[in-house]
Ligand binder design. Sequence first.
Ligand SMILES: C[S@@+](CC[C@H](N)C(=O)[O-])C[C@H]1O[C@@H](n2cnc3c(N)ncnc32)[C@H](O)[C@@H]1O
Length: 290
Amino acid sequence: MKPPKIEPVDAGPAIAPEIRPGQSLELLKELHILTREGKLNQDSRRKLKQVYHLYQFIEKLLLELPASSAGITLADHGAGKSYLGFILYDLFFKTLALGRIYGIETRPELVQKSRELSHRLGFERMHFLNLSVAESAGSAELPDRIDVVTALHACDTATDDAIAFGLQKHARFMVLVPCCQAEVASCLRQNKALALARTPLAELWRHPLHTRELGSQITNVLRCLYLEASGYQVTVTELVGWEHSLKNELIIARYTGQKKRSAAERLRAVLEEFGLAALLETRFKLPPTI
Ligand SMILES: C[S@@+](CC[C@H](N)C(=O)[O-])C[C@H]1O[C@@H](n2cnc3c(N)ncnc32)[C@H](O)[C@@H]1O
């Protein structure tokens, strides 16, 4: 699809070259990127650069989507203050006649604030649902199909729930920046003695700090294999410039429909090797044909 044509909305000349024509200054103030006086300081310049950096990854994917009669649908999981959703709406969805963004968030006060802000800005195709990611998969408030799933630092297993949501909704793209994940580390911890007796590789997670770190690392490896086995092509890069967080692994999954048998085999083997086979029945359920 063609990039949206952005018309100036907020009157007045561009405040700084970093601000794009048509960008809502009110939104940038609400996100504390612009000061109340409408100024950009060094800190906020950096913040804006980071936001654009992530936006650019997602914009490329949005442009690849064919124009459909209902418009593009995007669900942002663990939305928090929804700044990602707001920026995406402001820079991409606003000037399109169609398309919807859904922000999924468990904290009601954040949902309420986002609703108020979207009303104030006239961003009427943004919807905020006070649901957990897992609940949202069964919610009638969301359509059966969602084109793009994002989850930026969604806590713990919320990223796994976002993947399950994306599979259920036949998402064309999933953009995931995982947070810490405790589930796998806890399984590693439970089976530690057994694993130490069985394999010298268990030294990799003998010390509690390593259990946690390796748990996070394995989790993301398993997520990638699971996505590949489910018909997605996966790229893993670093969300550079994301200085305010140590968690900056960016996983982009693109639906191709090719379910990789080798990825399914590797997934089973890795789970087995680490004593995590039970997760095949819960997190990483593979279709029986693969
Ligand atoms: C670290 S914040 C990230 C917020 C936002 N995505 C960002 O990057 O600025 C994680 C958010 O996910 C929400 N959250 C955690 N678990 C969730 C779940 N299972 N379902 C929906 N939201 C969840 C939290 O309330 C919190 O607002």
